[in-house]
Each structure stands twice: as C-alpha cells, then as structure tokens.
Design a protein around this ligand. Structure first.
Ligand code: ZN
Length: 465
C-alpha cells in the first residue's frame, strides 16, 4: 500500500470509530501486542475499538477496499498465537462492545455483545437463577467473542458440550462488511445450512462475530466433588464408564492429573495443599451436580463406594461443602499455575480416544526422554472429553526447539488418530500440524470456504490455514 493510500485509510478508520474508538502509537497498551502465548510483540498499525456492529461493518468494508489485513482481539488469553497482530496489521478489539442486551427466561437465552467477559455472563445468569455452563481458567479476562471464535472447551464439556453447543444465534460481519444477522433464539431451526457454525471455531478467519444468543440452563442446586487415587490408566477409563453409567446426567467433570503433574503442583504451587497422600500414578477429580440435594449426595457416595469395591479407586477424599469443594478444584486448577512458577514450558492440548490415553502418556514421555533425558514432563486434562494437556520443560528458554518437540508429540497423535488441538485452536502455532488431524480433502474444502468468504484474505491472515 502506498503511503498516500495508507494515510487515506487511517483517516477513514479514525472517522468511523471517532476519537473514543481508536488508539495509536504509544497510547496502545502492550496487552494488545501479544496473547498469553507471547510468540511475538508487534504493535498494530492502529487499534480500533468499535462501539457497535455498524462500526465493525464500516471498518471491514474500508479494510476490504484497501486490502488491509486485520487482527481481531478478544481478551487476549489465547494460547496458539492468533490474536496478536503481525507486522502491518490493524487490530480490532471488541472490548467496548460489552453490553448484555437481553435475558429471556422463557427461551432460557441471553443475548450479548462479543466483548462481554465470560465471568460477567456467568454472574448475570446466576443472578437470574440460571447457569451459563461454559467455564475455563481465564473466565475473568476472556470474552464471549473469543470463546465463540475459538470454540472454547474448559472444565464442564463432559456435561454441557463445547461453546458451539451453547449457541442458538449469531451475528457476524463478513470481510467485505456485510452483516449476517442470525440472532435467533430458536432451538429448532432446520432451514438449510447452519451458518453460525462457520464462524464458531474458525478463529475470526471467515467473519467477525459481533453478537450472540447463548443458551442458559437450570442452575444445579447440589454439588459434590471427590478426588480419587487410581492405580493404573485402565482403571481410570473404567472409572469414567462407571461414573457415566451410575451418575448419569449428574456427572459434570472428570478430570485426571498424572502423577508427574501432581508432584509438580506439590513442589511448586505453594498455596495448594495436597488433600491425599498416595503413591498411585493417577488422580481423578469427579464432580456431580444435580437438583435433588440429599439424594444427589447419597448417590454420589454410593457410586464412589461401588467403585472402591470393584477396585477402581484405591483412596478417595470427598467434599460436599463449598469451601472443601474449592480446595479440591484448586488442586486441578493448579496444573495451570506450574508454568508461571517454573518458567518457560512447551504446552500441548490434544485429543485422543480415552482407550489410547494410558499408552500415549507413557509413549510420549519415552520419546521425549530419548532426546532430552532430563526433561520435566507433566500430563493432566479433561479425560471425560478425551482431552489431555502436556507440559514440557527442557531448559530456561527453549523456544527454538518448539518444532522439534511438536513433531514428537504430534507425530504420536497422528499415529493414534487424535487431534492436534482439542480446545485451544490452531492460530499460527499449530498451523504446520493441521494436516496431522485433517485430510487433504478437508483442507481443500476449508481453503475454498476461506477464499469465498474472504477473497482478499484480510481476516486474521496466516492463522489456521
Ligand atoms: Zn483445558
């Protein structure tokens, strides 16, 4: 773009959003330079903070006309290097679009703008005696627009599904500024293609999500959590089947911590005290949520007792009050706190068949140790959903090794027909490995969708494909 065109485009963009809606140069806070992964720290050409859908539409129309690439930003809590701008990109942050537009108790829906933080949605639902079940560690800073565009997962997928399962309607703006208004609240709507799903999980590469109608659910009134020590992975898998069969819909989390991660938490996360002393190789957090108070608690204890009788668990602590429940969840949540204490780590988010997971844990460690015998390795994850996270620390800053490590981990994932991204997305980080989990034909169809919806390639270019 010539300097003259660039100046004209910037003037147009400034006019669209007004002084309150744009920041330039040193006024742009560094948090708009990089996401949590921190792969790069590039200042955007200009930071636009539109106040409504019309402004988003006008921005994209102008950028489309000038072939100007944009980086779309939510809460910047992503882990795959998607929202951080690349050189010469205009950043569009939806942080000013944070209105909760409506709660409809009859359809049990909430209509929100893309910039509303997840936690605000959870709290608003709760104030109405309802539940928005999407929950993840970054709840305070991530936004619903980011959750939607990455199809975020989190801790309760086993019961309520991924973000895409919690959406009824969506408004999105196409690359050329066209607004697609699909903000309906209908549970049943078989009228051709489900267009909203094009925008959910496509990481802002096909359109920019501006508003959504999300599903709310009845708020459970009972909660109980157990932390179990288990002697091998086969028993972990059998315990999952046992809990699914006996707890039915009450099963709301099934999280597993491998012993290696357990020890890292014990040694490095000071504010957490381990509620169990056990030499077993696996620890499982099981949660039940229901709406029949005492009956639910009784059922939960019975299920654990029968698991124990069948030899599935060797030790267990149970929590029924909120303080003790919080303490057990703190152990699981601490898996995400090792990274900040220990320093630079390579982190992975992969999906597998549950039956392959025991082998995967041993094999991935074996293959990594062949190269780096002293590596610190930790596994944990949402095993009820077949999702495991892996932490690998080789040295103080081993960024330059990341492709080498990726090849080992994703090579094994490909052998086991798993997915290289369970819930974090592809961004730029995992782009070289997308073909490990997607066929040539699937990739060709993705490219033709991208070409059709964003012919100039201005939306989050270089991400995903
Ligand atoms: Zn996770």
């Amino acid at each position: 773009m010539s300097d003259q065109d660039k100046a004209a485009l910037l003037d147009t963009l400034r006019d669209i959003v007004g002084p309150a809606g744009c920041l330039e140069g040193p006024d742009i806070e560094p948090r708009h330079y990089q996401d949590v992964l921190g792969a790069r720290a590039e200042a955007p050409m200009i930071l636009l903070r539109p106040a409504n859908t019309e402004e988003v539409s006008a921005i994209l129309k102008a950028c489309h006309a000038y072939l100007q690439p944009v980086a779309v930003q939510g809460g910047m809590t992503g882990l795959v290097s998607a929202a951080a701008p690349r050189q010469g990109e205009v950043a569009i942050s939806l942080e000013r679009m944070r209105r909760i537009i409506e709660i409809d108790p009859y359809t049990a829906t909430m209509t929100v703008e893309a910039g509303v933080p997840l936690q605000s949605i959870q709290e608003e639902a709760e104030a109405h005696g309802l539940l928005f079940p999407l929950d993840l560690g970054a709840r305070g800073s991530c936004t619903i627009g980011g959750n939607l565009s990455t199809n975020a997962g989190g801790n309760r997928v086993i019961r309520y599904g991924m973000t895409r399962d919690l959406v009824l309607g969506l408004e999105a703006v196409l690359a050329d500024g066209t607004v697609i208004d699909g903000l309906n609240k209908l549970r049943k709507n078989n009228t051709g293609y489900d267009l909203k799903q094009l925008f959910i999980g496509s990481e802002g590469t096909l359109g920019l999500i501006t508003r959504a109608v999300i599903k709310l659910l009845p708020k459970p009134s009972s909660q109980a959590v157990a932390l179990c020590a288990v002697s091998d992975f086969e028993r972990v898998a059998d315990l999952l089947v046992h809990c699914q069969a006996k707890l039915g819909a009450n099963l709301s989390a099934f999280e597993v911590i491998w012993r290696n991660t357990w020890e890292l938490i014990d040694q490095h996360v000071e504010h957490v005290s381990m509620p169990l002393q056990s030499e077993q190789p696996f620890f499982v957090l099981v949660e039940s949520m229901g709406s029949h108070g005492d009956k639910d608690a009784e059922l939960f204890l019975q299920v654990l007792e029968s698991a124990s009788e069948q030899g599935l668990i060797s030790d267990v602590v149970v929590a029924g009050d909120s303080e003790r429940i919080r303490k057990l969840w703190a152990v699981r949540d601490a898996a995400a706190e090792i990274y900040p204490v220990l320093g630079y780590m390579h982190t992975f988010d992969v999906s597998l068949n549950v039956g392959d997971m025991g082998y995967f844990g041993e094999e991935v460690e074996k293959r990594l140790r062949q190269q780096w015998p002293e590596a610190i390795i930790g596994l944990f994850g949402h095993i009820g959903d077949g999702n495991v996270h892996i932490l690998v620390r080789i040295g103080p800053d081993t960024r330059e090794l990341h492709l080498q490590i990726d090849e080992i981990v994703y090579g094994l994932i490909q052998e086991l027909k798993g997915s290289v991204s369970a819930e974090h997305g592809i961004g730029m980080l995992k782009k070289p490995f997308l073909s490990c989990s997607r066929s040539t034909e699937e990739l060709a169809l993705m490219r033709s969708l991208k070409q059709n919806l964003d012919p100039q390639g201005i939306l989050n270019p270089g991400r995903v494909l």
